[in-house]
Each structure stands twice: as C-alpha cells, then as structure tokens.
Design a protein around this ligand. Structure first.
Ligand code: PHE
Length: 451
C-alpha cells in the first residue's frame, strides 16, 4: 500500500490496517458474549444462524462502511456529507453509538484488569460457583474499586489513541493481535484436552434446533453487528485512513473471517471446559467472570491458564476500545480541527465520567432505573446497541442503495473499475433489500419492546 501523507495520518501497511480492524472487531463481543450466547441458544444451532446472517448481511455492511469511509477520506459525518450534505447527521448517530459504548465497555475492561490482578495474587482458588458469584458481585457492587480499574482501562485506551493512527493504534494492534491469537490457541488446546471435554465439543458441533426461534435470529443479528463493529462509525473511520489502491473487497472478507475465527475459538476455549468440569453452560453473562475462574481453579496449572486467558481478554478489549474512541476523535479532528491530543484528553475524560454511573449501577445506584425498568448500565447498552446501532446501519444501507447509488459505490469498491468485485450482484441484492429489511425488522422489535 502506498503511503499518502496528510495531517490526519494513514495506515502504514496493509497488514497494520487489517490487524487494527480485526482488533476492533475482536473484543468482549467475541470472548464474553459469543460463548454465552452459544451456551444459551443451543450451541451449533446458534453458530449456524450466526454464520448465515454474517454472510448475508455482515459482509455487505462491512464492505459498505469501508467504501464510504475510503471514498471521502473522512470520519462518518464528513463521509456522508461528501456524498450528500443533508445526510451528515446520520454519521453522527454512529459516532454517538460508539462513544456511548466506550463509556461502559471501559467499566467491563476494568473488571478484566481486576481479574488479572486477582489471578496473579491467587485469589480464585475456589471451585464453588456460588462463592465465585459472591466474589464477583461484591467486587462490582463496591463504589470505589471498580472505578479505579475503569480509570486504568480508560487511561490505557487514551495513551494508545494519543499516538495516532500509525504510531498508536496500528503499532499496538500489531503487538496485541498476534499475542492474542497465540494465547487463545494455548488455552483452547488446554480446554479441549481436558478429560470430559468431548460432551462440550459435541454440543458445539451438533445443532440442537429445539431452542431455535425468532429470539435466536434477533440475538444473532445484533451479535453480528456488535461483533463486527458495524453501525457505529468505527469501520467508516478506519476505512477513511486507507489508501485509494487498497482492495476493499478482500478486507471485507478477511476481517469477518478473523472475527469469526476468534469467536469460535473463544467458544472452544470456554464451553468444553465448562462441560468437562461440570458447570452449567447457560450461565449467561456470568460465564466469564464467575464460571471460568472456577474452571481454571479445577484445571491442572489453572492459575497460569487463568491469568493468560484474562490477559488475552484484556488485549481483545483494548484493541476494541481504541477504535470506539477513535471514531469520536476523528470527528473532532476532521470537523472541528481539534488537535488529536486535545480531542483524546477531553473525550476520554468525558467518557470516563459518563461511565461512572454505569459502574455504580452494579451497586448502590442499581435501583435507579431509566429505560423500561433497566438500571443506568443496561439502559445505556440498550440505547446504544439495540436502538442507535440498528438505526445507523439501517440508514446506511438506505443511503448507499438509494442516495449514493450502487453504481457509484461499486466504482469505489473496484477502485474505478481496476480491480474485480466477484460478489457485486450479491452485494447489490443485500444492500438494497436483505440488509434494510433485516435490520429494519430488528430496529422495530427494539422500539416496540419499549412500549
Ligand atoms: N466489536 C467489539 C466486540 O466484539 C465491540 C465494538 C463495537 C468495537 C463497536 C467497536 C465498535 O467486542
């Protein structure tokens, strides 16, 4: 990839971009949510549904976001504006979504740092899930300690983003992503070779369709978007730092492939061990923080694997949080000509502060409800992920299909007709019909659940 320099910066190499984009995609969604969704929704049945939606819609939106970002060389607001002035506000919806996600993502990121510390100091030597549940609930219910960890996670994020696209995000991703895959492989091998792991493996490979229903489809679609960092301006932002000779279609396939590989490997690291050691696979969100420490406590050399595992989760979370912050930073740098450093510090500080009530919502502040009887944390995540995210992805598909036009979009994807785009017909059908109908349906579901 040729380097083209300007004050915004750009990716230094193709592999650097790919690792950063995959780093954004691979995060808590893969490591924490995907395994528990598999556990809840019938193992292989969920995986098959997820893959179908990924191919039909995920790939399409990934490519489309890369197209409009690279086309304008601007963050989301500028990207829409460059094509049609009146649509600029749609870009802001995505940025708002990613920024709000950052505020509570960092709270969970803090929990992970706490678990690394506890693992090293040998605090998890019990296999009793009730005791572990108690440890977790006590920790997140305290007012002060989780805030300290939330601050540490946010500072790590700021320091990386401060370094800019090449010197910060790309460099950090080039170190953390390979390390992440190595650690993940080690833990998977340990997990699948435990005596009794085969029941878990069978669960992951043999679909149990009795659990299949509309709720599975909805959960899978939201998960595809969240996991691929779509609908949040992040991929548009990362795409805007790409050179004009980059082959977008290749990246739009490679990023989802790496993301799915990480999700599947995480599920293979978690579920067989959970089965082998006799825990309940449908433990839900507590699987990562309650069940897994029990799994590690029972395993030979478990504390080593436990610490390794949580370091892997931290890397995954950091390469995602930097992308969440970068979308907003790029906006202020592009549109308001702020200096990167100023944007990073102000946005980071504000995100930390908005995260405070989310952190407190697991304790004393938990009784105060906002949307539909949900506490602050859950309300934020519902608003960002179930409303803003599908809204922005829905408007994106309408915009590209009917306002920008598929012909113009394909020109961008083929670098003005110089490279081929084998799936172009499938992409057109998906962006015009399948994506807006599918995403619109999810949006409607979310809105209706409010009444
Ligand atoms: N994709 C990330 C994950 O799976 C989360 C994320 C969402 C990151 C949106 C950036 C933008 O955890």
């Amino acid at each position: 990839m040729s380097e083209f320099k300007n004050e915004r910066g750009s990716w230094g190499s193709r592999i650097g971009f790919l690792l950063a984009a995959a780093g954004s995609a691979i995060g808590l969604g893969n490591v924490w949510k995907f395994p528990y969704l598999c556990g809840e929704y019938g193992g292989a049945a969920f995986i098959v549904t997820y893959i179908i939606i990924l191919v039909l819609v995920g790939f399409t939106i990934m490519l489309t976001e890369l197209m409009i970002g690279r086309h304008s060389q601007k963050g989301p607001v500028g990207a829409y504006r460059a094509i049609k002035e009146r649509w600029a506000w749609v870009g802001a919806i995505g940025i708002l979504a990613s920024y709000l996600i950052l505020t509570y993502y960092s709270v969970i990121g803090g929990w992970i740092i706490k678990y690394i510390v506890s693992g090293i100091t040998g605090n998890f030597n019990t296999t009793d899930v009730d005791a572990l549940g108690g440890i977790f609930a006590t920790f997140i219910g305290q007012p002060f300690e989780p805030l300290v960890y939330h601050a540490i996670f946010m500072i790590l994020t700021l320091v990386i983003v401060m370094g800019g696209i090449q010197g910060g995000i790309e460099k950090a991703s080039k170190i953390m992503m390979p390390a992440l895959f190595v650690i993940l492989f080690i833990v998977v091998i340990r997990a699948v070779t435990l005596p009794g792991a085969s029941i878990g493996l069978e669960y992951m490979l043999k679909p149990d369709w009795s659990k299949f229903g509309l709720d599975v489809v909805v959960a899978a679609l939201v998960q595809v978007f969240f996991s691929l960092s779509l609908g949040m301006g992040v991929i548009i932002t990362y795409g805007s730092y790409l050179g004009k000779d980059e082959k977008l279609t290749t990246s739009a396939v490679q990023i989802p492939l790496m993301d799915s590989a990480a999700a599947l490997l995480s599920a293979f690291a978690v579920l067989p061990a959970v089965f082998a050691l006799g825990y309940n696979p449908s433990a839900g969100p507590g699987l990562l923080f309650i069940t897994l420490p029990g799994v590690f406590a029972k395993m030979p050399m478990g504390s080593l694997f436990g610490v390794l595992f949580f370091i892997f989760v931290l890397f995954a979370a950091l390469t995602s949080s930097i992308s969440l912050l970068e979308a907003a930073v790029t906006y202020f740098v592009d549109e308001h000509k702020w200096q990167r450093k100023k944007a990073v510090i102000i946005l980071g500080l504000v995100a930390f502060l908005i995260g405070v009530p989310s952190s407190l919502a697991n304790g004393a502040f938990g009784d105060v409800t906002f949307i539909n009887g949900m506490n602050f944390f859950d309300s934020m995540s519902f608003f960002a992920e179930n409303i803003l995210l599908p809204l922005s992805a829905f408007l994106l598909s309408i915009f590209v299909a009917w306002v920008w036009g598929t012909e113009n979009a394909i020109k961008e994807a083929t670098n003005n007709g110089t490279v081929n785009f084998g799936f172009s017909k499938v992409w057109i059908i998906s962006i015009k019909y399948i994506a807006p109908i599918g995403i619109g349906f999810i949006l409607l579901q979310s809105i209706m659940s409010l009444f």
